[in-house]
Write a protein that binds this ligand. Structure first.
Ligand SMILES: Nc1ncnc2c1ncn2[C@@H]1O[C@H](COP(=O)(O)OP(=O)(O)OP(=O)(O)O)[C@@H](O)[C@H]1O
Length: 615
């Protein structure tokens, strides 16, 4: 395959970055000496004489509320000071209240835990911005929240109110998370209360932490887990996501949250050498982040067992349960050795959750709570949405105009990051080539590229060296790329939920963003849901789009907007048309009454072949 201009830049960058660019490879060097995984029950032993894991430095060492200096008392394994949440129950040193004394880095006898925060503070200072503090989360304050289910645990307003454990609290402060986002306020207490959860909250609103925190905290508290001997590993938690890049991102995030908690996070995804991932797994894993295809491979090789799973999280859960992925997910969750619903705890998260998929998802849950922050499938008002009527033949020149206009607004001589979504892989290559020929540095990410090419492209885009990324839907979900100023839907998707995820790559974490869509006759079926969505998000709907919308019908499938009013109709259990045979979904959980195994949903635009392109 032709390699792009951007890729050569990115390749040089990668070479320069060396092994530090990839934490797992750094870890693998030390794997040669085959270190021993220390199981949870042994992690409270006295520290070895190894040099300390690098700790985030701070000019302040006291209980200053911002500091995360060296651990108290000079004991590097002693975990962070208890200055964040000075509550009885897990006071510094004592660690009563059921915590498992997972005080330091995992495997601390032999192997040093890489500091996932290293370099982040300097990078933030260079940009002159405190990445996650001062974020405009007030923008989320007036979003209505709905919960349904029995005995919903009350929401919290601060992290200090939640019993997460001091090591995790320390990491939350390292991440500069000052207060929980709305989905975190509700979802974390629900999960900590041991309840299953189906959660729907807007793109960029902090869902990753909402499922990671309770998992990490729960494993930290777990007294009983032990590693079994042999080649097979027994993770305690499984986080599944639909794309390799998203799995990598969740892994990076989870490693930050789990730093020095004693909880080990490992990632496994397709397109990368399996041997390296096997070596990493052999060294121990508490939380496994994986794409479904690679996990099935590991399960079939009997290198991973799901027998000990206590927590299952599906990110982008609606995508994971649509036609492309559902068989693989059912195999993993229902046909291997994973404990059933009610024994394990299950958390499903997405920004969109069509009712048909909710119904399928209920098979995986027991007596669950449904949480909706905003209307299911809505987009955030932080994203300014524009729709322009552009004939197919005019799209390139129109894009060029947008990019020229944007160039004028670049910061520090760099162009603002623009993500351009197209329909096909060929279309992506062709547009990337054309942009480069016309003086706009672009790269591309899609399912026909090698994993290495995909990673180079993403890295080059993130760094700003290649400020334009042309992508297929493989980049539509979950990716959290700071400073994406503009998302262009060069080709609109057929499905309004895909549109919601695509534009959600901008306007994240309380920041504003811009999304422009090129619309023409070919997109007529999207006119009505698009106009409705824009109206819901307080956007200006062009008169011509309203006329298109009035002419077109929904046509079924995934473009049906669920519910009636702006914030109505979320939990499918409340919708009588889904409540066949009078089944009681609130009491029974687990999909009572449907027996929907493998059946049902056929409204989507994904064919069976889609999985390999995503995974
Ligand atoms: N409490 C918080 N305070 C500040 N920033 C936060 C907080 N929680 C999450 N963030 C930041 O918000 C950004 C978006 O979070 P995340 O990627 O989890 O969103 P998401 O809801 O999963 O989005 P998507 O639906 O696109 O997957 C991330 O950069 C994350 O670090």
């Amino acid at each position: 395959m032709r390699s792009s201009w951007a890729d050569s830049v990115a390749a040089a960058e990668t070479a320069a970055a060396g092994s530090t660019a990839n934490n797992s490879s750094a870890g693998n060097n030390s794997a040669r000496t085959r270190s021993t995984y220390v199981p949870p029950h042994l992690r409270n032993r006295a520290p070895s004489s190894d040099p300390p894991a690098p700790v985030y430095s701070s000019s302040t060492s006291g209980t200053d509320g911002s500091g995360y200096g060296p651990p108290a008392g000079g004991n590097r394994w002693g975990g962070p000071r208890n200055d964040y949440n000075n509550r009885s129950g897990y006071s510094s040193g004592g660690r009563g209240g059921g915590w498992n004394n997972r005080t330091g880095g995992w495997d601390r006898g032999r192997e040093q835990e890489v500091n996932p925060f290293a370099g982040i503070e300097n990078a933030v200072e260079e940009v002159g911005e405190q990445e996650n503090s001062g974020i405009n989360f007030d923008a989320y304050e007036d979003i209505p929240v709905e919960t349904s289910g029995d005995n919903v645990p009350p929401a919290v307003n601060t992290f200090a109110e939640i019993d997460l454990g001091e090591a995790l609290n320390q990491n939350i402060r390292r991440c500069k998370y000052v207060k929980p986002t709305p989905v975190q306020r509700h979802a974390i207490p629900i999960s900590l209360g041991g309840r299953d959860l189906m959660a729907c909250a807007q793109t960029g609103s902090g869902k990753t932490a909402a499922f990671c925190f309770p998992i990490i905290s729960g494993i930290m508290k777990d007294q009983a887990a032990q590693r079994r001997p042999g080649w097979c590993c027994f993770p305690l938690a499984l986080i599944l996501s639909p794309t390799r890049e998203l799995s990598m991102q969740i892994h990076e995030e989870a490693r930050k949250f789990a730093y020095q908690t004693g909880v080990k996070v490992v990632v496994a995804y397709g397109g990368a050498p399996i041997n390296q991932q096997l070596r990493e797994l052999e060294r121990g894993v508490d939380i496994l982040v994986a794409t479904p295809g690679r996990l099935v491979d590991l399960l079939e090789r009997a290198r991973v067992s799901l027998e000990m799973i206590k927590y299952l999280a599906l990110d982008e859960a609606d995508r994971m349960l649509d036609m492309g992925f559902e068989p693989q997910i059912r195999k993993i969750v229902e046909q291997m050795d994973m404990p059933p619903p009610g024994v394990r705890q299950t958390m499903l998260f997405s920004a969109t959750f069509p009712k048909e998929i909710q119904r399928l998802a209920s098979d995986f849950l027991a007596s669950y709570i449904f949480l909706a922050v905003g209307r299911v499938g809505s987009s955030t008002d932080l994203i300014v949405q524009r729709v322009e009527f552009v004939h197919e033949s005019d799209k390139r020149s129109h894009l060029m105009d947008l990019l020229h206009a944007q160039k004028a607004n670049g910061v520090h001589g760099k162009q603002a990051l623009t993500l351009v979504f197209v329909e096909t892989k060929k279309g992506a290559d062709s547009l990337e080539h054309w942009l480069c020929m016309n003086g706009f540095p672009a790269t591309t990410i899609h399912g026909d590229r090698t994993q290495q090419e995909r990673e180079y492209a993403l890295r080059s885009f993130k760094s700003g060296n290649t400020p334009i990324l042309v992508a297929t839907d493989v980049a539509a979900r979950g990716l959290d790329i700071p400073h994406v100023a503009h998302v262009v839907n060069f080709d609109l998707p057929n499905d309004i939920d895909d549109y919601v995820h695509r534009i959600g790559r901008t306007g994240r974490a309380g920041k504003s963003g811009l999304a422009t869509a090129f619309f023409n006759e070919n997109n007529a079926s999207l006119a009505r849901p698009l106009a409705d969505l824009m109206q819901e998000s307080n956007q200006e709907v062009p008169a011509w789009l309203s006329r298109f919308a009035a002419r077109s019908s929904y046509g079924g499938g995934k473009n049906r907007r669920s519910g009636g009013g702006r914030f109505g109709g979320r939990d499918f259990r409340r919708d009588s048309s889904f409540n066949r045979g009078g089944a009681d979904y609130y009491g029974g959980g687990g999909g009572t009454g449907y027996g929907a195994s493998g059946g049902g949903y056929s409204g989507g635009g994904y064919g069976p072949g889609v999985t390999s392109a995503w995974d």
